[in-house]
Design a protein around this ligand. Structure first.
Ligand SMILES: [Zn+2]
Length: 269
């Protein structure tokens, strides 16, 4: 198995080299830390930027309460995406993309020789993406989406898992006072023990578990674990993210430790 990790230059506290070393020591497999996926993709294919900009514009969720995304984007929207994709440092806020459409668009950029079950591509992005939830008929922002390639959002880890109720209560009060920046400036440090903030210095440590979920998805089809202390736990609350990735009783539950040890020794999991 060969794993490729693609960095997100917009996420200053994310170190994919460190993540690669972590996975290599855990599983004894080849892990290559690469630059941003979009920039490799652009170099590999003619007109790649135009195609990708069109796909991103198409994947933009226009109404979170409406399923499907079959709108033809305006030329201005495509140009906007093109400018954004051409600038590695760009950051956008407030846009949500359909995760499966992004996955399909990026999947086209993987060269033929790196396709197939032996190759695991894990793309970090600072874009926020979501998936349609049939149960409550709306899009939900997600931290990660596993497939070919797997996507992990460095904005999603801040925005997608729910924060403690007290956080939302205080945020509402600050907003009512006209202090729009207060959540990031005052609340994130105050709630450090229960939320992951923007440019959080713990980001790389937290992402170890998400990278391992992506790998387990490829190995066994099941990326998640019901054990709240295991890094493979599917967290829906920020407090659950922190317990599983930073403060659990152990990194992985006994069952997953055993499975990873078998992988490390080259046995079939
Ligand atoms: Zn587990």
């Amino acid at each position: 198995m060969q794993v490729y990790l693609y960095s997100e230059p917009g996420a200053k506290t994310l170190d994919v080299g460190q993540l690669a070393g972590y996975v290599e020591s855990l599983l004894s497999i080849l892990v290559e830390a690469r630059g941003a996926f979009v920039h490799r993709y652009r170099e590999g294919q003619r007109d790649a930027l135009d195609t990708l900009a069109l796909h991103f514009a198409q994947a933009k969720v226009r109404n979170p309460q409406k399923e499907g995304n079959k709108v033809t984007p305006l030329p201005g929207e495509v140009d906007y995406e093109k400018r954004r994709l051409a600038d590695p440092q760009s950051r956008t806020f407030g846009l949500l993309y359909d995760g499966y459409q992004l996955m399909t668009a990026l999947g086209h950029g993987i060269p033929r020789e790196e396709r197939g079950l032996k190759h695991v591509h894990i793309v970090f992005t600072n874009q926020l993406f979501g998936t349609w939830d049939e149960a409550d008929r709306r899009y939900h922002a997600r931290v990660s989406l596993y497939g070919f390639p797997s996507l992990i959002s460095t904005t999603g880890i801040v925005e997608a898992p729910a924060k403690p109720r007290q956080y939302y209560f205080l945020k509402q009060q600050y907003t009512a006072l006209g202090l729009a920046d207060a959540p990031a400036v005052a609340l994130e440090p105050q709630f450090r023990h229960s939320v992951i903030g923007h440019e959080d210095e713990r980001l790389t440590e937290v992402m170890k578990g998400y990278v391992m979920q992506a790998i387990m998805y490829h190995v066994s089809g099941g990326p998640f674990c019901p054990d709240r202390h295991c890094r493979l736990f599917n967290a829906h609350w920020q407090e659950e993210v922190i317990r599983a990735q930073l403060g659990g009783d152990y990194e992985f539950c006994p069952r997953h430790r055993e499975q990873m040890e078998a992988m490390r020794l080259g046995r079939v999991p």
